[in-house]
Design a protein. Structure first.
Lengths: 309, 309
DNA sequence: GCCTATTACGGAAACCGTAAATATT
DNA sequence: AATATTTACGGTTTCCGTAATAGGC
């Protein structure tokens, strides 16, 4: 029994029991993985993979439990490596932040700049994806922290803290019919919006859930003419006159925006942007620092408490 | 990095960083352990042992964390082995029960008999010790379940369930001055007892704590002339006229006892015998069966809930 | 001087990659 | 026929035990 076998087993499971794919992912040979797992089965005396001849269908019941144990072990090994690097020398390394466009474009820049100044030897990687992908990256250990409004709190195996609240805004070009509400945005209604073609986020993104829910509850079916991942694209099309945009408030600065910005908090409610890490993961010192910079008021002690199971 | 290194590290820590002792315990060579740990340090890039020349003093700060991770990993490996054996074939194996004399002599016999009938292929080992030793055996993985009244609930890293309540009794030879209270045992007082030399358990055993506490609270200092680990010894000396015995109620059956038995629940309160396992340990099927036999009313589901963190 | 940890060394075993064979769709 | 898994094989590396050396107390 050795760690290599656990690593192989974990990867094989992640690759849906395709050993060839696992070999590619781990930069090793396919027979090596096959043999290692067969040896593990031999040593334990139980089959792990349910096979039909040479086809692997999935896990046997004991195989499921063994995989679970293997994942725990590998997580501890990962933690061990990280903490060793933490103590080994200068805080060099890589901070991998999985996040959405909204955060990366409008929220993170000042934080990232500050972080880069404080930890010049830490490489920063921004991994963009939609919230479910972000959650998956955390679970798989491909990212250290994830930031998004959706998915994170609902994904088992992750630990979250709330960072900030935000609300949606509608954006229209100057001269648009709704522009007259600029002085009294509180009077904007769902019906007003539904009278125009809408441009907003794709499913899963930045509170899109809330938008759909609000219209559904009011029994109104808006016509969404364009869906995009990011507010920049949405604003571009709004400026081109394609319709009314609904975007996250953080993505629109009324002062510097050529478009008219109409707050919509009263229509779509409040959203909470959250930061998540994998439960049980060891966090290197600079990860705590990053979180502290992003969410003022959280220090290492409070963060640890929030992440404890 | 490999499991062997973790195994060696754990044992070295258990042996108070005496590598020679660890080698003996693991039936391997001392240079092997030394080298394995040095290699681990090299790979991680941090010292694990605080050394003064060639003397190992203890753990460095990162070493403490590494040891923690190593112990978690080894626990998972142990669990893996056990669950594999569980699925591998007939439920053969060994059930190691750490317990005190009181339990082994008066409580466990019927349970053990029943268990042996149901699982003829499981070898049973009764490991006797005092409660702190029992707790230690569980923590070290040298025993699967522990049963005792004291220590278990207070030891971190163990998970407990209550099995039964019991109270103390006083035993005196026929004709003793206190024998006249046999019809009205409720009138027995601490003062009555303190007027005679007492024979009871050693510290740490079977509710001795309670006995001392009760006398201390009443401001009475009893004269304890003899302390023993087990009720058999105590009863022997009581029969010989050395004094009044105070023992666990389960250890005295009034019907078959040559001695007079006087219940003392009103003097020393109630005690709870507990069963404990190591937190996070995998329990083989027959371990659950054993617990169910010992503590009727507990099924596998309830036990798992009680042991969950 | 005795005990303990580390270094040196050599044989055995394990590991891992290429190549071939075999099973599955 | 094409793809995927397992078996076969061989070179390299790692492992581990014995023997020797160095370092505390």
């Amino acid at each position: 029994m050795n760690l290599q076998q656990f690593r192989f087993l974990r990867e094989a499971a992640r690759q849906k029991f395709n050993i060839t794919a696992a070999a590619r992912a781990l930069h090793t040979s396919q027979p090596g993985i096959s043999k290692a797992i067969i040896e593990l089965e031999g040593e334990l005396g139980v089959p792990i993979f349910a096979r039909q001849g040479k086809r692997i269908l999935g896990l046997t019941p004991p195989g499921q439990q063994i995989l679970l144990a293997a994942e725990k072990i590998m997580q501890e090994v990962d933690n061990l490596k990280k903490l060793a690097r933490d103590y080994a020398g200068a805080p060099s390394g890589t901070l991998r932040v999985a996040t959405t466009h909204t955060q990366a474009r409008y929220v993170l820049p000042p934080v990232v700049q500050k972080f880069a100044r404080k930890f010049p030897q830490v490489r920063l990687k921004l991994l963009q994806g939609n919230p479910p992908q972000i959650a998956q990256m955390l679970v798989n250990g491909q990212a250290d922290v994830g930031i998004a409004t959706e998915s994170l709190a609902e994904t088992p195996g992750l630990a979250c803290i709330d960072i900030y609240e935000w609300t949606h805004v509608a954006v229209v070009p100057p001269g648009h019919a709704l522009a007259r509400l600029q002085a009294t945005p509180g009077r904007l209604t769902l019906k007003d919006l539904a009278r125009h073609p809408l441009v907003t986020y794709e499913a899963h993104f930045a509170g899109r859930t809330r938008i759909d829910a609000a219209f559904a509850e009011a029994g109104i079916e808006p016509s969404i003419v364009l869906e995009a991942i990011d507010a920049d694209v949405i604003k571009t099309y709004v400026a081109a006159g394609m319709g009314v945009g609904i975007i996250a408030g953080v993505a629109a600065d009324p002062a510097h925006e050529p478009l008219i910005v109409l707050p919509c908090g009263h229509l779509f409610g409040r959203n909470v942007a959250r930061l998540a890490v994998k439960q049980g993961a060891y966090l290197r010192g600079f990860v705590y620092s990053f979180i502290e910079m992003l969410a003022p008021g959280w220090d290492k002690r409070r963060i640890e408490e929030a992440f404890a199971p």
